[in-house]
Design a protein around this ligand. Structure first.
Ligand code: GRF
Length: 202
């Protein structure tokens, strides 16, 4: 399956998705890395790995205008799925409805708990014994789409936002490629079965 990745910053999840796509037997091929931040370190990494990139600053554009530009860049790459990976902006309803069902995100908490920002601070303040991460489908309601995969991460004595965030990041790098591969394979298999049924009926 063709996958486009949208980032705003570091791009460590993008790197995990990219290198996983290069394992033997991988179900995914990364066809574009796009960003609203031309200086995102993840873009430079993608370029050095020979992956096509697109970037455009959102500054000075309305949300609608930026999302249209992003949409056009994605549409040209013809992805089967779009993976948001540290994309730090809200998307317009028009964008979401176009890509719905093919648009995934990773969030650093065990949803439905701790939607939104600053998840690690809130988990620690609440005295929880686990944080974690979730891959979910994107819908108009932020961090509320269907959950595709989750991984808990134990909280350790003395954890700070930074130490917990670093371990959750390790978990994300395992969870996202595996969950994305399972999701696109499910869809491909579904399409394949339909084709066989059509072929039998013909
Ligand atoms: C990750 O923790 C992700 O869950 C959140 O933003 C962070 C992105 O990190 N949405 P990176 O850019 O993939 O390194």
């Amino acid at each position: 399956a063709r996958v486009a990745i949208v980032i705003s910053g570091e791009g460590s999840n993008m790197a995990a998705l990219l290198y996983a796509s290069r394992l033997p037997g991988s179900a995914t091929e990364i066809v574009l890395v796009a960003s609203n931040n031309p200086d995102a370190p993840g873009l430079a990494l993608a370029e050095s790995e020979g992956v096509p990139t697109w970037s455009h600053s959102h500054k000075g554009l309305t949300r609608e205008a930026f999302d249209e530009a992003l949409h056009d860049a994605l549409a040209e790459a013809k992805p089967d799925a779009v993976a948001l990976a540290g994309y730090m902006r809200l998307l317009t309803p028009a964008f979401v409805s176009h890509w719905q069902g093919r648009l995934l995100n990773i969030h650093p908490s065990l949803l439905p708990n701790y939607r939104g920002l600053d998840t690690h601070r809130r988990v620690l303040d609440a005295g929880d014994n686990h944080g974690g991460c979730t891959v979910h489908l994107v819908t108009d309601e932020v961090d509320a789409g269907e959950i595709l995969g989750q991984m808990p991460v134990a909280i350790r004595p003395g954890d700070t936002v930074d130490t917990l965030a670093a371990r959750v990041r390790h978990a994300e790098h395992q969870l996202y490629p595996a969950t994305l591969a399972a999701y696109v394979s499910r869809h491909h298999d579904a399409g394949w079965i339909e084709q066989q049924v059509d072929a039998l009926a013909a």
